[in-house]
Write a protein that binds this ligand. Structure first.
Ligand SMILES: NC(=O)c1ccc[n+]([C@@H]2O[C@H](COP(=O)([O-])OP(=O)(O)OC[C@H]3O[C@@H](n4cnc5c(N)ncnc54)[C@H](O)[C@@H]3O)[C@@H](O)[C@H]2O)c1
Length: 273
């Protein structure tokens, strides 16, 4: 993966997966422009402070961010331990506003990666509801919909990630005329500062079972960053309009309905041995 002469925007660049992605892209030659509420972008080509809960802050931060851009990774996100509206503002409405503000500045051959989560894997079951929200094109209209459909923190987190997956898939249609690809990357649990909030707001049985099935550990942020970077790169030129799950195999526990079964029985249950 070579990003010489490429300018790539990474949101959430101050911490965790976003910081690892910004570092890796920089090492591979990219000019990375970080976006985050916190930090100063030390070591990056450029940095803009912005608050994804506030559309005016997003507009102000991106106003002078000139193209041509070759990639966008929307990594910033908040967990289900926050209130539902804040989660939807950051993980959906802000993510979408950054995407649609920067898309016109992107070069053909570029790519957009939305970082979703394996928590978004149930998107097919709520597709009609997700499309209702996606069809409301402005931050304000989206916010009004969110307020009409209040969810508690954990449910809003799941829903926000389902929307991110669908928005990335549908985004391939928005971006196609420009020759820009659109994808989501969905990590399982990753060792970043946010993980303790997932343990506080999600079922620990699910998280523990997933880790067991993934071989006894969670991902390191660098392992997710490599997949995001690949998805952004020209090497991934035929990868478009799809979700890439990066969970070390932890998701197999869900595919086969094994969450409440002991890990050592998994092979017997699936293969009948
Ligand atoms: N860590 C995990 O286990 C895990 C699993 C699946 C998906 N994810 C997703 O990966 C993404 C990155 O998470 P992480 O694990 O690196 O967490 P993190 O907390 O280390 O990083 C999140 C970043 O987002 C920024 N951010 C939060 N709210 C913001 C706002 N209002 N405006 C601007 N920036 C804001 C934070 O300042 C921080 O730099 C998130 O979208 C998260 O949902 C994480």
């Amino acid at each position: 993966m070579n990003f010489e002469n490429k300018t790539i925007v990474v949101s959430g660049a101050n911490s965790g997966i976003g910081a690892a992605t910004a570092r890796l892209l920089t090492e591979r030659g990219a000019k990375v422009i970080g976006l985050d509420r916190n930090g100063d972008g030390a070591g990056l080509h450029g940095f803009r402070t912005l608050d994804l809960t506030d559309p005016a802050s997003i507009n102000a931060a991106l106003a002078d961010l000139d193209g041509p851009l070759h990639g966008l990774a929307n990594v910033a996100g908040v967990p289900g331990s926050l209130d539902g509206e804040t989660i939807m503002r950051v993980n959906v409405l802000g993510l979408r506003q950054v995407t649609e503000t920067l898309l016109p500045r992107m070069e053909p051959g570029g790519a957009i990666v939305q970082v979703a989560s394996d928590a978004g894997s149930g998107w097919r079951k709520r597709l009609d509801l997700i499309l209702e929200l996606i069809r409301l094109r402005s931050y304000e209209d989206g916010l009004a919909w969110v307020r009409d459909h209040l969810m508690d923190g954990p449910d809003a987190y799941y829903f926000s990630k389902e929307v991110a997956v669908v928005y990335a898939i549908a985004g391939s249609m928005l971006a196609r005329d420009q020759g820009v690809r659109s994808l989501s990357v969905s990590p399982g649990a990753v060792e970043t500062p946010i993980l303790k909030d997932f343990y506080a707001s999600m079922s620990t049985q699910i998280l523990d079972r997933q880790m067991e099935q993934a071989g006894g550990r969670n991902a390191r942020p660098e392992e997710i960053a490599k997949v995001i970077a690949f998805a952004l790169s020209e090497d991934a030129s035929w990868l478009n309009g799809t979700d890439i799950v990066v969970d070390g195999g932890g998701g197999t526990a869900f595919h086969f309905d094994l969450v409440d079964k002991p890990a050592e029985q998994s092979l017997d249950i699936v293969f009948g041995r």
